[in-house]
Design a protein around this ligand. Structure first.
Ligand code: SF4
Length: 482
């Protein structure tokens, strides 16, 4: 199957008009100065667009041109561009840039790919992007999206971005060279995502060969109708409810169509939230924020009102951090928990382990009465299969021997990790660092769980990770429970 590249590009040009514009294009619209485009392109590597936009804005207030950049110290540059990915290296490159430009290029920014790659921090991808965006000259910038999508379409058959660039130089009509990058970056971020592309709503789906692709799975809403008693539960660390509201939270809730939605790390008191968040149509809402504003906190939306609500576990030291919220229903307790993080340097390890012990006693107590469903951000990857790099993380918070030993103890007390009942495969994660493009590369950890007590295992119908849902550094996890 050969794709009709003219038609694909024509369709996508219309499609991406409503998408976010990649940050370097955005800067190119605002300025034609090659200096700013070069610097923005260097900063944008392995960094989220919003972060790049903020960093460039701060930097360009102090350094409007090469001369002003030369006056800044490396420490000042570091401070201005933090927290872009690899900010220390990039600060060093930017510090070296004025002298290299002076020595080799008479203070002019080169207009061709090869000489641009002689500048500090400028690889082939950056050089191509600068040539096309800053100088409007034919160049093909092949980043991971262009390389990936061109191979998915079968337009090229290559192993590396460099091979893709060379293949496209021979095959792709020159009229598309400049815009192919921004087109496919926007499309790759919005629809043809690296992890679980949204083929279900893609304009190209009928003609795309989808080579090597596993499309996203949508929550199966019809399953619920198979049984009157089936309930769908969702747990999601939103990393700030007000932040995720701006990323379509209420639409996501509507699409999930769940009976109960548990949130962790809401980082807000109810009086700081919009009415749209406090009163979601069809749901009753329950809140247990931390005393300290902007920190931790848990919440639950439930279609059915519970019989009873319990805030915390009965220990002031932990309860003031808004970590546990329990809803009691006729035949089960629904427990939403946000476990403490052991923190860098394991400074909160004792605090965390003591919380864990008291939480287990609390849950064991409830489990004597009726079924318990315990969901949330457990802040621990249990087994090597639950994170990408177990060896290098053995001493890091979330994967220390002590934290894993507690998870062993928890499971040993008769609790079932429901996801592993259905799926034993590696590469299933629920959290990815915002740094190093970790989510796109699926370098993650599985630290969000739905667990149930052993006698309720027979009530579990399915458990999934909804990794296609974005908006936080965690994705939601789900449980179908009868
Ligand atoms: S159909 Fe799927 S794989 Fe093909 S371009 Fe669209 S999102 Fe990507």
């Amino acid at each position: 199957m050969t794709v009709d590249i003219d038609r694909f590009i024509e369709l996508l040009s219309e499609e991406v008009k409503t998408y976010n514009v990649p940050v370097v294009d955005l800067i190119a619209v605002q300025t034609e100065e090659p200096f700013k485009i070069l610097v923005a392109t260097i900063l944008s590597a392995r960094t989220k667009d919003e972060t790049t936009a903020k960093a460039t804005s701060k930097l360009f207030k102090k350094a409007r041109n090469i001369k002003e950049l030369a006056l800044l110290t490396e420490q000042e540059i570091t401070k201005l561009i933090y927290p872009v990915g690899f900010y220390k290296n990039k600060a060093r490159f930017l510090k070296q840039l004025p002298s290299v430009l002076k020595e080799k290029f008479n203070n002019e920014i080169p207009t061709e790919v090869e000489p641009l790659t002689k500048l500090p921090g400028v690889g082939r991808k950056t050089a191509n992007l600068v040539v096309s965006v800053a100088f409007n000259k034919p160049a093909i910038c092949v980043d991971t999206h262009v390389h990936r999508i061109m191979n998915i379409w079968g337009y090229v058959k290559t192993k590396t971005p460099l091979e893709t660039e060379m293949a496209l130089r021979k095959k792709l009509p020159e009229k598309y060279w400049i815009r192919i990058n921004s087109l496919l970056v926007a499309f790759g971020q919005g629809t043809c995502k690296p992890l679980a592309p949204h083929c279900d709503r893609c304009i190209l789906t009928a003609d795309c060969p989808k080579i090597g692709v596993t499309p996203r799975r949508l929550p199966n809403k019809t399953k619920k109708k198979q049984s009157q008693n089936m309930q769908r539960f969702i747990s999601w660390n939103v990393n700030g409810l007000r932040a995720v509201e701006k990323k379509g939270f209420t639409d996501i809730v509507r699409d999930l169509d769940a009976d109960i939605i548990a949130l962790q790390e809401i980082k807000a008191h109810p009086d700081q939230l919009s009415t749209a968040l406090k009163e979601i149509n069809g749901y009753h809402s329950y809140w247990n924020p931390a005393v300290r504003k902007g920190y931790a906190g848990v919440a639950v939306y439930s279609r059915k009102p519970p019989l009873n609500v319990i805030n915390g576990i009965g220990t002031e030291e932990y309860d003031q951090e808004g970590r546990v919220l329990t809803l009691e229903f006729a035949d089960f307790y629904f427990i939403n928990v946000y476990f403490p993080n052991a923190q860098h340097g394991l400074t909160r390890m004792d605090y965390k382990l003591d919380f864990n012990r008291q939480f287990l006693a609390f849950v064991n107590d409830l489990a004597q009465d009726k079924s318990v469903v315990i969901c949330g951000d457990y802040n621990v990857a249990h087994k090597p299969v639950d994170l990408k790099n177990p060896k290098t993380n053995e001493k890091n918070p979330g994967y220390t021997a002590e934290e894993r030993a507690w998870m062993d103890e928890f499971i040993g007390n008769g609790y079932i990790d429901t996801f592993r009942k259905f799926n034993k495969d590696p590469d299933n994660y629920t959290w990815w660092s915002y740094r190093f493009n970790a989510r796109a590369r699926n370098i993650g950890w599985r630290i969000d769980y739905f667990c149930v007590d052993r006698k309720s295992e027979k009530r579990v119908r399915n458990a999934e990770i909804l990794n296609e849902i974005e908006g936080s550094d965690h994705c939601p996890v789900s449980l179908e429970f009868e």
